[in-house]
Ligand binder design. Structure first.
Ligand SMILES: Cc1cc2nc3c(=O)[nH]c(=O)nc-3n(C[C@H](O)[C@H](O)[C@H](O)COP(=O)(O)OP(=O)(O)OC[C@H]3O[C@@H](n4cnc5c(N)ncnc54)[C@H](O)[C@@H]3O)c2cc1C
Length: 407
């Protein structure tokens, strides 16, 4: 399959990025071109199956050292000066080929699970995190339930961790849990007393953890999600992550990173749709002229180029703040909302300008696989998960008007 030119190379300038981060972008891009792109069409178009966890890609990412990027040296990471920024750049590069792979194998595995585990005390931290970095463990992050996802308050949450001798007994059902079919460990947010929630690491083997078949979704096919039922699962005392009762705060902190990640994934998806549409417009003629000669489409994609520049800047700024030890709540909300909505907008216009060539997955007469329809399907979930974009607008509005007015 031939791939269109990367227009960002001519339109976008990494002028503000540290050299360290620019090197990571080159490294991630080389990985994507050599090891992910050749499989991306199959991954993005094959419906979910229980045996569909992309273990070959997962292991290739570990072998290439991509899982070392977000972590400090003491757990086997690279000890970068700007680890969050670098991780987000990796996500953008991965999402350029496959948003599902980026979201499942990087955002969920190292941002949600990995960053939560950085809060764990020894010996858990020193035992689990190096294995995660080496790609020896698959992890899941479980907060959502059938009746609680946007609202994660103790009143909404039904999964209960009860204190027993030597640890915690866990019962309840989680929903939409990424990577659960392959997970060795699950970090689960549980109600652990009146009005309190705690994060516990639950090992999945022989422990009363029942994982359902993967959900069949509109897009992000390589991101397998399933229900997880805890039936008297046991987590020893040292599997408590952070303080007892501090679970919601830890979850929200991990989800803030996840949101910046969704902004980066949105930029990767939008850039991929943009590049494919521009290549098509330069060669496809209607009424005797290339589509790129029509001012309507020139202006539409000029607007998208400007919006891409803004969205990229937003996620990078939010990541940079985190690396400087500052809060980025509002910046993360902006990065997520702008990046995910841009992906939807560019994907829609890209399919439109490519016409039937954008709508098709495979054109049998030309024996030609097409990547755009998967991008169109994959883009939508970014506006919904890890805090719907309405909730992100609420976060920004709170900063404008204060909690007294906005709730
Ligand atoms: C592919 C995929 C992967 C996922 N992976 C995980 C995972 O690994 N771990 C995990 O725990 N969960 C995961 N989830 C769950 C995901 O985070 C939730 O689906 C998401 O939080 C939204 O929850 P909900 O679907 O129950 O929507 P609801 O909470 O029912 O919200 C529905 C809609 O209501 C609107 N809404 C909500 N609040 C407000 C408000 N304050 N103001 C105005 N409108 C509002 C929004 O438009 C929202 O989309 C995943 C979901 C998917 C689809």
């Amino acid at each position: 399959m031939t791939h269109p030119a990367r227009r960002a190379d001519g339109l976008y300038n990494d002028v503000f990025l540290p050299d360290e981060t620019r090197r990571i972008r080159a490294e991630a891009r080389a990985f994507v071109e050599a090891q992910l792109r050749p499989h991306a069409f199959r991954l993005n178009t094959t419906p979910e199956r229980r045996d569909g966890f992309p273990r070959d890609i997962f292991q290739a990412m570990a072998k290439a050292g991509l899982y070392e990027i977000p972590f400090p040296r003491d757990v086997g990471g690279r000890g970068l000066e700007f680890p969050t920024l670098a991780s987000m750049i990796v996500l953008e590069e991965l999402a350029y080929a496959s948003a599902g792979v980026a979201s499942a194998l990087y955002d969920a595995q190292v941002l949600l699970v990995g960053q939560t585990l950085l809060r764990a005390a020894e010996p858990l931290r020193g035992r689990i995190l190096p294995a995660l970095v080496r790609g020896e463990l698959v992890g899941s992050f479980a907060t959502s339930e059938p009746g609680a996802s946007t609202d994660l308050s103790p009143a909404a949450m039904q999964t209960v961790a009860e204190k027993v001798e030597g640890g915690w007994r866990i019962n309840g059902r989680k929903r939409w849990i990424t990577n659960a079919v392959a997970a060795d460990v699950i970090v689960a947010l549980c109600r652990s007393g009146e009005g309190r929630q705690s994060f516990l690491l639950v090992e999945t083997r022989d422990n009363g953890v029942v994982v359902g078949d993967p959900d069949l979704k509109m897009g992000n096919h390589p991101q397998l999600t399933s229900d997880v039922e805890f039936r008297d699962a046991f987590a020893p005392d040292d599997h408590l992550i952070g303080a007892a009762g501090g679970g919601l705060r830890a979850a929200l902190s991990a989800l803030m990173l996840g949101r910046i990640g969704i902004g980066a994934v949105g930029v990767g998806l939008a850039q991929a749709a943009f590049d494919q549409a521009c290549a098509h417009m330069e060669q496809r003629k209607v009424f005797g002229r290339e589509l790129a000669r029509f001012q309507h489409w020139q202006f539409t994609f000029a607007d998208h180029a400007m919006a891409l520049e803004q969205a990229r800047g937003l996620y990078q700024k939010a990541a940079f703040l985190i690396d400087r030890g500052q809060s980025a709540e509002v910046e993360a909300a902006m990065a997520k909302t702008v990046g995910s909505s841009l992906a939807v907008d560019v994907a829609r216009d890209a399919v439109q300008v490519c016409g039937a060539y954008g709508f098709a997955r495979v054109i049998q007469g030309a024996n030609e696989p097409r990547m755009l329809e998967a991008i169109y399907r994959d883009a939508k979930i970014g506006e919904i998960y890890e805090g719907a974009n309405e909730v992100q607008r609420w976060i920004v509005a709170r900063r404008i008007f204060g909690r007294e007015l906005t709730g």
